[in-house]
Every structure is written in C-alpha cells, then in structure tokens.
Design a binder for this molecule. Structure first.
Ligand code: PLP
Length: 409
C-alpha cells in the first residue's frame, strides 16, 4: 500500500491542476469529497463579498445598481455560466432558487407545446425536480409520466404525439451515471417534445454542450461544482430560438421590456432578460461570480480529465480491498457514462460517512446504502483519494467487526 501512496504523490507532483487546490480555503487535514453537495470556498470569494458589502452597498448605496454593475449581474454571470455549459451569450440568466427555475422552465416548456398533454419526468430525478414536475402537471392539467432513461424511448412511443416537456437530470444524483445529453435530446425532439435538463450535477463537472446538443431549456444550482456557496442562486438557460415565445409563469419587473416604467401589464423584455423575475439576490450572485474564477481558469475539460483519472484510481484501490469490506462501485466505469462523483454501495453508508467525517474525509450518503465521493479534479489530489480509501478501509473493517459480533452476517 505504501508504494501506492508514493505513486499517488508522484501523480500529484506532475498534476497540471495541482496548484488550484491552494485557491480554495480548505482547512488543513480535510479531504473534500462532497463538492457535489456543497463546493468548497474559493479564496476569491471573501474579498469580493467584502468589497460588495462595504464599498458598494456601504458607500455607493442605491447607485450600486448601475455604478457597480448589479443590475446586469444576472445576465453577466449567466453568460459566464453559459460558457461552462456550451451556451453562446444571451441564453443564460442567474437568479432565484433551483425550485423556481425548474418550475418556470418546465411550465414554459409545456406552454411551447400547448396541444401536448403529457409531461415526462426522470423517475430517478432529484426529489425537488419530481415534486415540481408533479406540481406543474397539476397546475396546467397535464398528465405526469415518470420513467427511467432506459424506458424513455418506449414511453415516447407509447404516448406518440402527446409528449410536451421532458425533464431529466444530466447526471443521476445517486448513482453518478451521466446520460447522453445530445442523444436523449435528439430522441425527445424526434417525438416532438421539449427537452428540459437539470444540469445541477453536470455543470462544471463534465463538458456540457447545450447549444451543440440542441437542448431547449436547462436549469442548475450554483453551489455544487460551481462553488457559489450555500444557497447560491440557480440559473436558467433558454435556447435563443425559443426566447420570443417563452411564456414563463413566474415573472417580475426586472423581466419587463421597460422595467422603470412600472407598467401595469407585463410585456416581456427581449432575449433571456424576460427570464428575470424581481430584484436579484445580489450578495449571493456576486459571491457566485467570484467563485467561478478558478474553475474558468482551469477549464472544465482539464478538470474533467483529472476527475476521470481520480475515479479510475479510486476504482483500482477499491478492487484491492479485502472482499468482506469491498463496496460495489455503482457508478458506470466507462468514462462517457460517468458524472463527477463515484457512488459505492456499502452497508451502513450513513454511519460510514459520519465516521469518515470524523477523520476529516468529507463524503455523503444517500439512503439506503450509497456512499458518494465527489472527485473534483479542481481541488482533490491523488493522495486524497488514496488516503480516503485507506480511511474507508479502517471504518468499514470496524463496522464489519461490529456486525459480526452482533451476529448479523
Ligand atoms: C442539487 C440539485 C437540486 C437542488 O435544488 P435546491 O433547490 O437548490 O435545493 C435540484 N435538482 C437537482 C437535479 C440537483 O442535483
């Protein structure tokens, strides 16, 4: 094992992204493997927020809206996130929570196909996505059909001519499986549907190309691989070709063609600006903007390449564990089917995750038996992966000893 740790150290020494670890304010002794839940704090953020609060808000007061660029921040930060997901400028806007953006995107997608009465949602999707798909179906009187990615072709066939919006997550939040964004979108289009993607687990982790894939609408949160901090605002992407017809149910004066006229009737602004609502969360929005800096400089492609190598490394180390504690690697091993995290199936995953956290290894668990390890190449090292597997081996061996003592297998 020690020779493997030396090997990991050598990989770190040759890693072109190694220096980015220092751009995050990670406490000493912590191995951050749950950046798919909450990305760590980029060192660019505290200073930027301090300037926004003390200098801009504190000194400029209301002039900050224009003198400090607050008013344009939703589109400006949107374009920066757009670059990370393969969107040309003018199609992405930031603000609100993921829930609001999901509701708006799915309902607007349904309104683009008013004659279609079936809404399809990924059965493995994140709970909020499924709740909101069901809610949109109730509000608009649509029929909700849930299915897995594997069942989608059959569902589209069974409901020929009826399917409007189809909402899928690009990366399964449990298993870490990456779907074929372009292929699935093409299949949805062939059936006359509108493809709405949740990119929360994909943006910043895998190279997403929404324009090239012909995606219609997409949303995502700002605090996972984009590192925008707890409760960072979410984003909405709407392809240019749909914008003029986009009828979003949740609107606000910032989405009006002439916001300062305070007009009585809503007249949507041109372009993606119509997807703005009311006053945006400027503090969170500008924290997110500052947070994008290290990821942009490293580039998603380089981060992805390293993340895949870290994942291969993890799988190899797991294969060497003794059979009685060896977890099953649930995430597909093929690179084109793997997202940013690797899920391991092991008994007592929540207890294992808690014991790992006590040792400074931050992972998380999803019930009943999945341990998720996010291997973000931007700040995770090869030595981190080695040390995390060593810690897992100790924790799992202790747990398996306890179960044996209790006579449970
Ligand atoms: C993380 C995530 C969310 C989070 O929604 P919040 O409203 O920000 O809590 C939603 N959908 C998916 C697919 C996610 O991965």
């Amino acid at each position: 094992m020690e020779s493997t740790r030396l090997w990991a150290g050598k990989e770190d020494a040759e890693d072109p992204l190694a220096a980015f670890r220092a751009e995050f304010a990670l406490p000493d002794g912590v191995i951050q493997l749950n950046g798919n839940s909450l990305g760590p704090l980029p060192r660019t953020v505290p200073g930027a927020l301090d300037a926004v609060v003390r200098r801009q808000w504190g000194k400029h007061l209301i002039r900050g809206w224009f003198d400090d660029g607050w008013f344009d921040a939703p589109e400006r930060v949107g374009d920066r996130i757009g670059r990370l997901i393969g969107a040309d400028p003018g199609q992405t806007v930031v603000g609100e929570s993921t829930s609001v953006q999901l509701f708006n995107a799915v309902a607007a997608a349904a309104r683009l196909r008013p004659d279609r009465r079936v809404l399809v949602c990924d059965a493995a999707n994140f709970p909020t996505d499924r709740y909101l798909a069901a809610s949109v179906a109730r509000v608009l009187g649509l029929r909700l059909v849930e299915c897995t990615a594997g069942e989608l072709a059959a569902v589209l066939q069974a409901h020929r001519g009826e399917v409007g919006p189809v909402l899928f997550g690009a990366v399964d939040f449990r298993s870490g499986e990456l779907l074929d964004l372009a292929g699935t979108t093409a299949r949805i289009h062939a059936a006359g549907g509108i493809a709405v993607w949740d990119l929360s687990h994909a943006a910043g982790a895998v190279p997403v190309e929404v324009d090239a894939a012909g995606v219609d609408l997409a949303v995502g949160c700002g605090y996972k691989y984009l590192n925008g901090g707890p409760g960072a605002p979410a984003y909405l992407y709407a392809a240019s070709r749909h914008q003029a017809a986009l009828d979003l149910p949740i609107t606000g004066w910032h989405g009006h063609a002439r916001p300062f006229e305070m007009a009585g009737a809503f007249e949507p602004a041109d372009g993606i600006t119509r997807a703005r609502t009311g006053t945006p969360q400027i503090l969170s929005l500008l924290a997110l903007e500052a947070a994008l800096d290290p990821l942009e400089r490293a580039g998603v492609a380089a981060v992805r390449e390293k993340s895949l190598r870290l994942g291969d490394c993890l799988a190899a180390l797991v294969r060497e564990l003794p059979a009685e504690i060896r977890p099953e690697v649930v995430t597909p091993t093929e690179h084109h089917r793997r997202g940013g995290h690797v899920a391991l199936r092991c008994p007592d995953a929540p207890a294992v995750s808690a014991a790992l956290m006590e040792r400074g290894v931050f992972t998380d668990a999803r019930p009943p038996d999945l341990l998720r390890l996010c291997l973000n190449g931007l700040y995770v090292s090869y030595t981190d992966v080695f040390d995390a597997v060593a810690a897992f081996a100790e924790v799992a061996a202790a747990g398996s000893g306890e179960r044996r003592a209790k006579g449970e297998r």
